[in-house]
Design a protein around this ligand. Structure first.
Ligand code: HH2
Length: 256
């Protein structure tokens, strides 16, 4: 899953793809590099991010989505707002990636009848404050119970199991130690396909001391560990390089 951030403030590439032409050409490049899904977002959810208005989010997303309709791969939209979900699904998106796991009022209804896929993610707190000393008694258990509950609610709303993937939400109200515990035991979190979004995140800053532009090697290491621990979708900024990791891992797995 290749990330396309149409935002001025995303943590790793804010401002680079705010212009629709730049966003569309970046999306096409990621598709050409071998992405199986594109995840397009119009609002940053990085720690400390300030929410944008619904209208602004749509003004960023819709012109880009309209110009990606000929792509052969599914386009996911990273949004928390039910009205945005409805509009982007009408404009051709086939997946909703919600860092709030469809918990806004009417979010479940916005997607249930459409047939789209959904990604339900765990987040503790809200982006503005979530990284201020996050605490858990047992992070694995809390995330696992949360994911089970949001999947139950989604199923109850009429979203079939084959439409759902789940995500532990690395960095969303979690320290580097929490992230490592979740990564080590990723395969225990759910029987549904698991998405892992570790690319360029601040845990890598903690582990390597590198600024965000220099976290490719660390991101690839985490991608490989996530694959080994059962991740089915890797949400990444660097598709070409991650494809190589997947190729190496697949060859390793297939060794007789
Ligand atoms: N991480 C980010 C945003 N959306 N969605 C899922 N399912 N999983 C993630 O780990 C995840 C996500 C943060 O990364 P990015 O989109 O690059 O930054 P920003 O939120 O600053 O736009």
């Amino acid at each position: 899953m290749g990330v396309v951030n149409i935002t001025p403030d995303s943590f790793s590439d804010g401002g680079r793809f705010l212009d629709p032409d730049a966003a569309v050409s970046h999306a096409r490049q990621l598709a050409a590099e071998g992405a199986d899904i594109l995840d397009v977002g119009g609002e940053s959810t990085r720690p400390g991010a300030v929410p944008v208005s619904e209208q602004q989010e749509l003004e960023r997303l819709l012109p880009v989505l309209q110009r990606l309709q000929d792509l052969k791969i599914p386009v996911s939209v990273d949004t928390r707002r039910p009205a945005v979900m409805k509009a982007v699904l009408a404009a051709g998106a086939s997946m909703i990636n919600d860092v709030q796991a469809l918990n806004e009022p009417y979010a479940l209804e916005a997607v249930a009848a459409t047939g789209c896929a959904v990604c339900l993610m765990h987040m503790k707190g809200q982006p503005a404050t979530m990284q201020q000393e996050p605490r858990y008694d047992d992070v694995l258990r809390e995330v696992k119970v949360f994911l089970k509950e949001v999947v139950r609610k989604a199923r109850f709303a009429g979203i079939g199991q084959d439409r759902i993937v789940v995500d532990p939400g690395f960095g969303f109200g979690k320290t580097a130690a929490h992230n490592m515990t979740l990564l080590r035991r990723l395969n225990e979190l759910s029987d549904l396909p698991i998405v892992a979004g570790l690319s360029r995140k601040s845990t890598l800053g903690k582990l390597t001391g590198r600024p965000v532009q220099e976290r490719l090697a660390g991101s690839l290491a985490l991608a490989l560990l996530a694959l080994e621990r059962g991740a089915r979708i890797l949400r990444v900024h660097d598709v070409k390089e991650t494809r190589d990791v997947i190729a190496v891992w697949q060859a390793y797995k297939n060794e007789p």
